[in-house]
Design a protein around this ligand. Sequence first.
Ligand code: GCB
Length: 592
Amino acid sequence: RASGGLLYPHESVTRTTREIGGVWRFRTDPSDIGEREGWENGLAQFRLIPVPASWNEIFDDVRNYTGTAWYETYLNVARSLKGQRIVLRFGSVQYAAKVWLNGKAVGGHVGGHLPFVIDITDAVLFDGPNRLTVQVENKLLLERSPAVPDTGRFAMTVTHYPQTTYDFFPFTGIHRPVLLCTMPEVCVDDITVVTTLSGRVTIDVATSTTWTGKAKVSAGGSTATIAIRDGRGSGSLSIANPRLWSPEDPHLYTLSVRLEDPALLDEYRMKIGVRTVAVDGDRLLLNGKPVFLRGFGKHEDFPVHGRGLDVASIVRDFELMKWLGANSFRTSHYPYSDEAMMLADELGFLVIDESSGVSLVFADPPATIEARRLRLEDEMRALVSRDKNHPCVILWSVANEPQTKPFNTHNVETPGAVEAGVRFFKSVIGLTRTLDPTRPVTLVGHDYGPDEWLELGDVICANKYGGWYYLVGQLDKARGALVGAINDIRKRMPGKPVIITEFGADAVAGMHAQPAEMWSEEYQSEMIEMYIEVAKTFPFIVGTHPWAFADFRTSQSVTRVGALNHKGVFTRDRRPKLAAHTLRRLWKTAGR
Ligand code: GCB
């Protein structure tokens, strides 16, 4: 059976989906003895843990623990489902997972933030509870993406704990729903939809087996038949006078794909939007018209849940972004949940869809860099496969702030690193363009070393921290530096659109200063307003994303008060700081 597709397992007349999260059993395994002792045959000792959630915010003794741990639960599968294909779909396990059913190894996965599917058809018992065991580990290793940590070569600016190369907490656990799904043996495995402004919808279908037959497709009152040969087929239909998807009118159509033999074998239904996205010279076009991105870099980070899915928080975040007049966000610094992406479609957010390639460095041995490239390319395959049909996704981001200069953050020379990095991203970006020729691709940088770095992406995304990490406390000088940096990018790489993907200042909610000084709400608010006012004067800047939407958990260090990054315009519990009101005034009135 093929299971290349990562289609969300929506229910239909031929499919069932059941969430099996809740309260599971949990045991840490710091010495990695579990497999030797056969823990997959039942956990002798355990405590109870919620699924989904990060363990770090639940139990005090594992606050900073990212090593191995085991999860266990019991589930029944109704006899009426015999004969169906039965799979488990894990929305995200951070970082590596091994899975057993009734003591039998059924599969595993490496890489957080994206779903994986495990076929358990042949391992399921229909006459009693099934024991599901999941081993999880998030060891911070150099060849992983994000790569962590070789403190000699790269570290955050100061010592911090746990040690990472990035500025967010390395949350660990089963982070997204675990779904028990059933579907017919011959079923739709993957669909790729491409739309045009005239309403033409091209549909590629792949089936789970090398099946030959007919697929009936329908959307927006139009239908067509697609011939499937050996498990693959393509066709199209036309929606008359289509209502185009946009932030102002995020209209969605339901696409139905039915495999018929001639009786119905399988039906898959999903929502699609009719829209186009393109880069034209230095403009970013949605439906052929220039669009400006007002929004944020964010995190999946909520009190108590950690990085565990919390749908209420997602809806609340989107509500607050609407309140501000935002129309966009970036999934910094890793792919977000299926649930967030579906809601972004529904509510009309323009999403920069980012991989987990954050803070990648290129001073490592070639074999390590090569392993990391293969890992990131696998991730891009999975990310594009999962998100290609979301109208909300307008730009792929393959990385955030890689090393682009021939020295590391300790100012130590790293010969060959620039060339290695450019080679690395030529490959990753080239692959992404092949995987999805319909969307532009970018990588987000805080500086751009040699010009080859600026050549790589279709859009230049730049993070700027003048007034915070340099020119500290001096917004007037930071303004000059920002203008200089934008002019420099323009001079070196004319003709590409630019998005300022990060800028901001830490502000501890409730701290005030007159005149405005660092850490006060006033300073943060004035800085964000200054950046937005400067950006407005450059017509080729097509978006401004202040960093960040809300305060978020980080490792402990002398720069992160309360183990939080305080650059949120909302607090971690989503209360507005002064900057939120400022953004509302700017975005609601000026639209930029
Ligand atoms: C950055 C990173 C982001 C950090 C931010 C900061 O450039 O992309 O992950 O959180 O700076 O606040 O330092």
